[in-house]
Design a protein around this ligand. Structure first.
Ligand code: UT7
Length: 323
């Protein structure tokens, strides 16, 4: 049986750090409110001329180097982003070109904060059907560009960043002892659109628009949706929370992460947290957290790792893998 294994990881965070206290001079907020309600202490913000393609390329190059994979050997690229450089072409194609790749194919995937889980699941499908062997999966976002910096209910929550992984085909024996992606579960429900959306677009306003969110409403749905796709992962693998070595959730709010882990019975020492330093980087948050924990030695070969995300759409999903 073909399994999809992550063989290399890369990250990039813009140099500029915005502390909570910096936001006090921009909107009517306090550093304490932000930290207490979200767990966020700081976030990274791109430089004026820095784009999603720039930061995605940097994470991608690091992941390729870590995997020892040359762009010439890649079959495809999937970029999860809601903040592409242009309405079209896909920013993935721009990164493909910058990597000197003129073969294969590249496309963007748009599932907002669930984007990386959607992209990784898509990569897994391509690999397991035997059509490709090496895929670069990137999550890269410049949400600072779509924030309304006069809206204190949203602008304090997000940050910019990029993470990337190389996914390669490997032989498994079809059991849960295999390394690689063991199961994934995706969901969406467009009836929740108004709770989290961008109020512009090429076919409506002809402008880019700004992020709008009913934060309390999103929060209210988040824990139930997250546990739904994690229970689906448990049902299809036979694993339980006791088997999870590392829980790598989307990093939107420390309170959502804590409530989900508590409901599932996952102890806090097994939860990877970056939201304190990165804020919510949407589709980049999971690869950033995953790569950090893999590089600092927390996630070890053979560990069971559970990824989950929930975001605009609503979209939500989980991936369970053995590292
Ligand atoms: O990636 C997925 C997408 N996003 C999320 O998952 C975010 C989900 N939602 C959340 O994380 C939380 O709902 C927030 C962090 C957005 C808000 O936390 P909350 O505990 O749900 O607060 P709230 O919206 O109920 O607001 C409480 C109070 C309000 O004042 P009143 O009406 O009680 O007087 C807000 O106006 O806090 C006020 N407030 C602020 N105060 C200081 C809202 N934003 C701020 C702010 N600074 N930045």
């Amino acid at each position: 049986m073909i399994r999809s294994q992550i063989t290399g990881c890369g990250t990039y965070l813009p140099a500029r750090i915005m502390e909570n206290s910096d936001l006090e001079s921009i909107v009517d907020t306090s550093a304490e409110w932000i930290e207490q309600r979200t767990g966020i202490r700081q976030r990274h913000i791109v430089a004026e001329n820095e784009t999603t393609a720039d930061i995605g390329e940097k994470a991608a190059r690091e992941a390729l180097a870590a995997a020892g994979v040359d762009p010439a050997d890649l079959d495809m690229i999937i970029l999860a982003t809601s903040t592409p450089n242009n309405t079209f072409p896909a920013t993935a194609v721009e990164i493909q070109s910058r990597l000197g790749m003129h073969h294969g194919y590249a496309f963007d995937m748009q599932a907002v904060c669930s984007g990386f889980v959607f992209a990784l699941t898509t990569a897994d499908q391509y690999i397991r059907n035997g059509s490709v062997k090496k895929i670069l999966v990137i999550g890269a976002e410049t949400f600072s560009r779509i924030l309304d910096w006069t809206d204190r209910t949203t602008c304090v929550l997000f940050g910019d960043g990029a993470g990337a992984v190389v996914v390669e085909a490997a032989e498994g024996d079809g059991t849960m002892a295999d390394r690689g992606i063991l199961t994934s579960h995706l969901r969406s429900d467009g009836s929740h659109k108004e709770k989290l959306f961008v109020d512009g677009g090429p076919s409506t306003t002809g402008t880019v628009g700004h992020l709008r969110m009913q934060g309390r409403e999103v929060f209210r749905h988040a824990v139930g949706m997250i546990t739904d796709v994690i229970e689906a992962a448990y049902d299809s693998t036979g694993f339980t929370s006791e088997d999870i070595d590392w829980f790598v959730p989307h990093q939107a709010n420390k309170r959502i992460i804590d409530a989900s882990a508590r409901k599932l019975g996952i102890p806090s020492e097994k939860v990877v947290i970056t939201v304190d330093r990165h804020g919510n980087t949407s589709a980049a948050s999971i690869p950033l957290a995953l790569c950090e924990a893999a590089r600092d030695g927390r996630i070890k070969r053979g560990d069971i790792v559970l990824l989950e995300a929930m975001g605009g759409g609503f979209t939500w999903g989980s991936v369970l893998l053995r590292w």
